[in-house]
Design a protein around this ligand. Structure first.
Ligand SMILES: Nc1ncnc2c1ncn2[C@@H]1O[C@H](COP(=O)(O)OP(=O)(O)OP(=O)(O)O)[C@@H](O)[C@H]1O
Length: 306
């Protein structure tokens, strides 16, 4: 029998009142895969993750992990999953080591707390009260706790929040190490560069829907330098083109039929553009196109048109 995917999301919808936080979302993550879940603020990443871990119940649709139902089998799911959620709160009076010791005891695991603290670069602060930690130190501690008991699946919501460059590098190493031992890693971010550095595949979430999902190398090529973003929009509100043209990394933005053609210097800029179009409430779809000499020409000649 083929093994079940690590994560299977099937027509997941979650509404909060009038807000469609997640809208008919479907995708799968294979075992052993590192999957980057990318999207701007408010796209629905945390809501999806909360549904994976049964902290939020779907309005409709379903989620299963290793073939286990996220709602009905949530205890079994959590036993196999290490997670780092947004807004992880520390116990102010406990030391870093005590946090990890507690997690090891709760999971009935045999990890050496100091080894985990060493991996996240927090060993020197092992005996300090977590209440005195900086944001980045708390984040490192949360990562150490997520690693307890070598989980089959790591779910990390914006794990690089607050990390300095050294911490971000350590995180990348940890993700590689976890994948090497066979774990599945699912992590969200709103920063393309952080995702593409470690992910095998990436899904881009916009407005609760997957705008695209695919191999990170393909996406990197598509989003790489020299391509033009073609965004289908329902309307072009006043000021949007001006806003896009003043976005750092955008070399030109023009309107063409029901589309915006936006020339961008790099992948980060493209994500920024999608996010701005989305924020204007007119995003429908996007595609990418190699820039031709003609594009370059029209970019220069049409730059004054709105
Ligand atoms: N408990 C809630 N009650 C009402 N609305 C909510 C709730 N949780 C999320 N939302 C809304 O759902 C949408 C998606 O939010 P979500 O936190 O999932 O996005 P996100 O992609 O994780 O964003 P960020 O990168 O800012 O964390 C937003 O419009 C948010 O305001």
């Amino acid at each position: 029998m083929p093994s079940q995917p690590a994560i299977s999301v099937d027509s997941l919808t979650k509404r909060f009142g009038d807000v469609h936080a997640v809208d008919d979302l479907s995708f799968e993550v294979e075992r052993g895969e590192v999957f980057g879940f990318l999207g701007p603020n408010g796209a629905g990443k945390s809501t999806t993750i909360n549904c994976l871990l049964d902290f939020t119940r779907p309005t409709s649709g379903s989620v299963s992990l290793f073939g286990l139902d996220a709602v009905g089998d949530s205890v079994a799911v959590r036993e196999r999953t290490g997670s780092l959620l947004e807004g992880y709160g520390v116990y102010p009076s406990l030391t870093a080591r005590e946090h990890v010791e507690h997690a090891v005891a709760v999971r009935d695991a045999s990890d050496d707390p100091d080894e985990l603290l060493e991996r996240v670069g927090l060993l020197a602060a092992a005996d300090r009260r977590a209440g005195d930690f900086s944001k980045g130190m708390s984040q490192r501690l949360a990562i150490a706790v997520a690693l307890v008991d070598a989980p089959d699946l790591l779910i990390l919501d914006e794990p690089s929040t607050g990390l300095d460059p050294n911490g971000a590098r350590r995180l990348q190493t940890i993700v590689h190490e976890e994948a090497d031992r066979g774990a599945t890693v699912f992590f969200s971010s709103h920063i393309l560069e952080q995702v593409e550095a470690v992910a095998d595949r990436v899904g881009i979430l916009l407005d609760g829907r997957l705008a695209t999902v695919g191999d990170v190398d393909d996406l990197r090529r598509e989003l790489g330098a020299g391509t033009t973003l073609r965004v289908r929009v329902s309307d072009v509100p006043d000021g949007l083109l001006v806003d896009l043209r003043s976005t750092p990394g955008v070399t030109d933005a023009v309107r063409e039929d029901g589309h915006l053609e936006v020339a961008c210097e790099d992948g980060r800029t493209k994500l920024d553009v999608l996010s701005r179009v989305d924020a204007a409430g007119v995003y429908e779809d996007f595609g990418l196109r190699e820039a031709s000499l003609g594009d370059v020409f029209s970019a220069y000649t049409e730059a004054g048109d709105a």
